[in-house]
Design a protein around this ligand. Sequence first.
Ligand code: SF4
Ligand code: SF4
Length: 67
Amino acid sequence: MANIKFDEALCKGCGLCVTVCPRKIVSMSNRSNEKGYFVAEVTDKSSCTACGACFSMCPDVVITIER
Ligand code: SF4
Ligand code: SF4
């Protein structure tokens, strides 16, 4: 299982990562960070294939993936 992490403090809630996940396991949460943005999260880490699509899409380098 990939270890995927979102640095929520950096997320600006743009939702781009949600659109590209082929497994449809990234969604916007109802938590907001210190800047007031709702942050993205992975809802089912066990289904993540570590494909890197969300990592590549994020303009703010929020996401890290350890394989
Ligand atoms: S690495 Fe791929 S499968 Fe995993 S959450 Fe990101 S886009 Fe989805
Ligand atoms: S692409 Fe990056 S900044 Fe945008 S919602 Fe996803 S994690 Fe947050």
